[in-house]
Design a protein around this ligand. Sequence first.
Ligand SMILES: Nc1ncnc2c1ncn2[C@@H]1O[C@H](COP(=O)(O)OP(=O)(O)OP(=O)(O)O)[C@@H](O)[C@H]1O
Ligand SMILES: [Mg+2]
Length: 289
Amino acid sequence: MRSDRSELPPEVAGAIEARSGPIHRFEPAPAGNHADISGTVHADGGRLFIKAARKIAPDRDGPEVRSLRWEAAINPHVTEYAPRLHWSVEAGGWLVLGFEHVEARHADYTPGSPDLDVLAKVIDGLQARRAPEVLEGKRVERRWEAFADVSALAGDTLLHADLNAANVLISDDGTVHVVDWTFTGRGAPFLEMALLIPWLMEAGHSPAAAEEWVSRFSAWTAADPDVITRFSRVFADKWQANHATNQAGWAAGLAARARRWADHRLPLFGADAAAGQSGSTDSPKYYSR
Ligand SMILES: Nc1ncnc2c1ncn2[C@@H]1O[C@H](COP(=O)(O)OP(=O)(O)OP(=O)(O)O)[C@@H](O)[C@H]1O
Ligand SMILES: [Mg+2]
């Protein structure tokens, strides 16, 4: 879809034009449901990728604006992966981020795809990194704290935490760009792989094949299998709860895949837990119900 600049709110268009000159065209992003506006701007000054969200009130950020603030905060720390953030500005109640535009396609996660090797290299690189200080208070495990004791999910590794195939962009020359750092934070290293499993499944991997793929990472093989199993259940429970209020097709798909993965792992767990009891052989410090 292509639009004229008039499709952009005037405050947003004005903020962009102050930096990049007159806008010729705006192309909404092919995927995206977090930022209120995301897409490519063609302007006198060249191409830019814009993400913008409106504040709830002059002194109050909504969730979309908060997400963009995290993207802006992490950007200088992950320049080897993320398109560069050229500028960020608040105008007329909007927060607008102007990123380098990259010419690239979404990664292909189907079984056997060479893009999976590219993804593996990205994950290896991220796993070697401690989360920067700016992410001190951004603990990924907090997403599930209303459902369980999440202490086993805490850690200091830098996690992207949303490596779905539309967030991993590959250029013709093989360069990889990782976008959408909204969910980034610190946490236990195996979480990066656990959060990837439903996306591998979406691309056609069975739960067993997805787990086999992630077992190339030492963080996965070193993690306590019971912690992973408990996580898979909490993850599925949260998506099930989310799906009750979010009827979007992608949420239904994710909820179903998460449950399929959790069901796949259940036989691998202590017998009591597999029967749905809370008394597993070790102390169940991380439980979904
Ligand atoms: N810098 C960029 N250059 C070119 N295309 C980009 C860039 N950043 C993102 N895109 C494209 O826009 C899509 C959406 O971007 P992104 O995931 O950052 O947005 P979002 O609004 O957070 O969406 P969602 O939360 O649904 O993933 C990407 O899948 C990619 O196709
Ligand atoms: Mg995205």
